[in-house]
Design a protein around this ligand. Structure first.
Ligand SMILES: Cc1cc2nc3c(=O)[nH]c(=O)nc-3n(C[C@H](O)[C@H](O)[C@H](O)COP(=O)(O)OP(=O)(O)OC[C@H]3O[C@@H](n4cnc5c(N)ncnc54)[C@H](O)[C@@H]3O)c2cc1C
Length: 540
């Protein structure tokens, strides 16, 4: 099957979709980050220069079928990067130093096994590729010690087998989020996994990166949904049993989840599913401050229970979201009046979402409303919540627009315990602001709290600044480094859900310690003795 080519090669998603900012938003942006110099694409796909491809052995074509090996420039280019700012900056500038020699798309799990065996025997590096939405350099074609490299596109593995009685489903790695949801929906179920990249990321990618979705506070992170999986490693297949739980030693399933392609490729996973919700209710509230909003979420998580979606924007993100895309004109003035009357003009926006049957949504909402009111939040109604719900997969298109205008736009995330979340929020925010100032490009730094647990929550930062023309990657690297160092210094995790990839690998020692690293290296050496699987990722 030909690898998919339906997405924008230099940006996000559907090439027909664009996002625009109105004059009011542009004025705010100009006031806060200065004048921008437009950053057009340096080249079209036809003129994009890629390094020459190394020839690959005939045994590889024989393993998967010659019709499943793709060496055309467009395929190599589409598999050469993920979708982080640094990836998009290099595509925009028309400069890629590396690309796979070929894209190999096994039509089934047996062909996948044969392909990995040939690559192991021939010393060819293999980068498993799902939707290519990694934002941490996860699909970067790093060769390590190997002169040849393939991108192993798992997009053809799209089988679905639902077990309605057990409420589980076996899902092929190559299914995108909407494809999996559509197939489950036909049987009356949902997976409930909705990361912002939902429309283009795949089931295999979700498992390989320990992804978390926007509704993970209710449905659970992807790792919590997986009951069993198969890992196709060079040394053999690791298959975990389909049982609800097992006490047979440490969970090997957990070794494969989050392994980011460095141990092998995951052809399929079995997941728990839920009845498709009859009711979806999204609404917005506003707390007095980010701290007060966090306390409300903590009370929910440690008490009556969390809504499926819960997120609290800090004051800067609340102000920024309202300025860039809030209500305008008469509606805007009425909204400002409403906030003023409740003394919440500088408050923190809270979005909650509840999904399920009518009775459970009503019951859980009543508990959530009690916590919100007890914490001093004011109701903003369903329209604002619905507008967040409807726009929730649209943000990445706005990033393309902002980059085209000449802005640096990036996101990063972490998590910590409730006791240290405030400290982490202040430290990372200050590090990003300081680094942007240091580059001579002061910017907007937004944060929201999401993915809440009884013991803590994640923090998600977005920053927007004027791009330093010609030095975009250096500017990005300086800010990213400052943020990562602040996270590590304050004991946060280097990633709550974006994974490690290439960008966070240097911080893995701080995360798991020297013994932890040795253990991961030992697993890799056992499963991938030739070191062909995704070199340069996860492990420093
Ligand atoms: C705009 C945007 C928003 C995002 N929002 C979220 C979010 O809300 N939550 C979240 O968790 N993440 C988010 N991400 C990050 C990304 O979408 C996730 O990491 C996602 O799980 C990656 O899936 P993918 O199929 O695109 O994997 P890819 O990007 O193709 O690969 C990611 C990593 O997994 C490996 N891999 C992929 N498939 C397999 C497989 N079958 N077997 C073994 N290894 C494999 C790759 O080698 C690579 O190391 C976002 C990214 C973008 C660009």
């Amino acid at each position: 099957m030909t690898p998919r080519r339906d997405t924008n090669w230099w940006g996000w998603g559907d090439p027909a979709v664009t996002a625009a900012l109105d004059d009011e938003a542009l004025a705010v942006l100009r006031e806060r980050i200065g004048d921008l110099e437009p950053w057009p694409l340096a080249t079209g796909i036809e003129d994009f220069a890629l390094p020459p491809a190394e020839p690959l052995p005939a045994a590889l074509s024989e393993a998967v079928g010659v019709e499943n090996v793709f060496t055309a420039k467009e395929h190599r280019l589409r598999h050469a990067t993920g979708r982080g700012y640094a990836d998009l900056a290099r595509l925009r500038d028309g400069r890629l130093e590396a690309a796979p020699d070929a894209v190999v798309a096994p039509p089934d799990a047996a062909a996948l096994r044969r392909a990995i065996e040939v690559c192991a025997a021939e010393g060819i590096a293999v980068v498993p590729f799902g939707g290519g939405t990694s934002v941490v350099g996860g699909v970067e074609p790093l060769r390590g010690a190997h002169p040849r490299l393939i991108s192993l596109d798992l997009g053809a593995l799209r089988e679905v087998e639902v077990d309605p009685r057990s409420m589980t489903a076996r899902l092929g790695a190559g299914l995108r989020g909407p494809e999996a949801e559509a197939a489950l929906g036909e049987a009356g179920f949902t997976l409930g996994h909705f990361p912002q990249s939902f429309e283009y990321a795949t089931i295999g990618g979700f498992a390989a990166t320990r992804s978390a979705g926007q509704a993970s506070s209710g449905y659970g992170r992807f790792d919590a949904l997986v009951t069993a999986l198969r890992l196709c490693a060079p040394a053999g297949d690791l298959e975990t049993p389909e049982t609800p739980h097992s006490a047979a030693g440490p969970a090997l399933r957990e070794l494969a989840i989050g392994s980011e392609g460095v141990l092998g490729a995951i052809p399929e996973v079995t997941v728990r599913v839920r009845p498709a919700p009859a009711v979806r209710r999204y609404e917005a509230w506003i707390a007095e401050s980010f701290e007060a909003g966090g306390e409300i979420v903590r009370a929910m998580a440690q008490g009556a229970g969390l809504p499926d979606v819960v997120r609290v924007s800090d004051e800067e993100e609340t102000r920024g979201s309202l300025a860039l895309s809030g209500p305008r004109g008469l509606a805007g003035r009425a909204f400002a009046g409403y906030l003023g009357a409740r003394r919440r003009r500088d408050g923190a926006l809270i979005v909650i979402g509840l999904e399920g049957d009518e009775e459970s949504v009503a019951r859980r909402r009543a508990l959530a409303v009690r916590a919100l009111r007890a914490g001093g939040a004011a109701h903003l109604g369903q329209a604002a919540g619905r507008s967040w719900e409807h726009g929730r997969f649209h943000g990445p298109y706005l990033r393309d627009t902002l980059m085209g205008m000449g802005a640096l736009v990036e996101t990063l995330e972490t998590a910590h315990t409730w006791s240290r979340l405030g400290e982490l929020h202040a430290a990372v925010g200050a590090a990003i602001r300081g680094a942007l100032d240091g580059q001579g490009t002061p910017g907007l730094v937004f944060c929201h709290l999401s993915h809440a647990y009884p013991d803590g929550a994640s923090l998600y930062f977005t920053f927007i600044a004027r791009g330093r023309r010609g030095a975009e990657l250096e500017q990005w690297a300086a800010v990213k480094r400052a943020a990562c160092e602040a996270i590590v210094a304050h004991g946060g995790t280097i990633t709550h859900h974006h994974a490690v990839g290439r960008d966070h690998a240097p911080y893995m020692k701080a995360e798991v310690g020297e013994t932890g690293l040795e253990l991961l290296r030992a697993a890799k050496e056992r499963l991938d003795p030739a070191g062909i699987m995704n070199p340069g990722k996860l492990l420093p």
